[in-house]
Ligand binder design. Structure first.
Ligand code: R5P
Length: 290
């Protein structure tokens, strides 16, 4: 038995497998049965290390189902391993990190208590929406960036004089880092979101992107609203090709179709969320963080 076990949650099976190889850990799979009422029954399939276990489980939809499975695996691992690390590649609920409207519950505070209570001593996430989310945790936290891996992929496209664009001011720092790694310029648009309806609008008026290939960079795509609005605006400004690079592509409902219809040539995302666009493997970056 190795001193290190990687426990693969159902939502991150492939990523956990890749990670276990990179860090020479024994891989333990889990089985899940969903009962008719929606409850998850999670079973660990194999023996785990007495020393250290790493549970890998992204919290994408069905979010609460994947969350309870992550907590269950951590809790079970803690019965055997003296140290349990939770790798949550896509940290669901991270956008609920502050009280935007009076009375709103800061769900990240709740998650902080749940992960600690389940037995995790440390959480590792990839490009958490904002570091404010982790301020609500009392256990150790680490956020790793997928930007270097995404940029490696973009470099292969050999774009001429590309410009990195953040769809909003909140993503300005991300765009700056991305552009630095790529060796290009960057800009950040002004986006406003109606806190009640969730609808977004681009407030930026005129920018010079004529004939330039653009890379829209974001941490995540959910409904696709931000990317669609940004692309429609950029196309009106007469840019050339628009690519999208993001860490977590949730692509809810027909988001991919609407993004393509708006004029995006290709969506490039990482395997924190498995799917058609997840062409960038992030296991190396996570392995380095462990
Ligand atoms: C917002 O601040 C985030 O960085 C993303 O831009 C946003 O969550 C994406 O959501 P949607 O695809 O629904 O616009």
């Amino acid at each position: 038995m190795s001193n290190l076990s990687v426990i693969a949650g159902k939502s991150s099976e492939e990523l956990a497998k890749k990670l276990s190889k990179k860090i020479n850990a024994n891989l333990v799979k889990s089985e899940v049965r969903i009962f008719a009422d929606g409850e998850s029954k999670t079973t660990l399939n194999g023996k785990i290390s007495k020393k250290k276990s790493i549970v890998v489980q992204s919290i994408y939809p069905p979010v609460d189902t994947n969350l309870i499975q992550a907590l269950s695996l951590i809790s079970k691992a803690k019965e055997t391993s003296s140290e349990v690390i939770a790798v949550i590649p896509y940290m669901g609920y991270a956008r609920q990190d502050r009280e935007f409207l009076p009375g709103e519950i800061v769900t990240m505070k709740v998650l902080g208590k749940l992960f600690k209570g389940a037995g995790a001593s440390k959480i590792i996430a990839v490009d958490i929406h904002s570091m404010i989310g982790f301020k609500h945790f009392t256990i150790k936290t680490k956020n790793v960036s997928a930007i270097p891996e995404l940029v490696q992929y973009i470099k292969k496209l050999s774009l001429k004089n590309p410009l990195v664009v953040s769809p909003d001011q909140g993503g300005k720092e991300r765009a700056r880092e991305f552009a630095k790694e790529l060796g290009s310029e960057y800009i950040a648009l002004e986006k406003i979101r109606d806190r009640k309806t969730g609808k977004v609008q681009i407030k930026t008026k005129n920018i010079d992107v004529v004939n330039r290939d653009l890379i829209l960079v974001d941490d995540m795509i959910s409904t696709g609203g931000s990317i669609v609005k940004a692309t429609q605006f950029l196309k009106k400004q007469k840019c050339k090709k628009v690519y999208v690079a993001c860490t977590h592509a949730l692509l809810m409902n027909d988001a991919e179709k609407r993004i393509k219809k708006a004029g995006v040539i290709k969506i490039i995302s990482t395997n924190t969320i498995p799917g058609k666009t997840s062409i960038v493997d992030i296991s190396n970056t996570i392995a380095k963080a462990i």
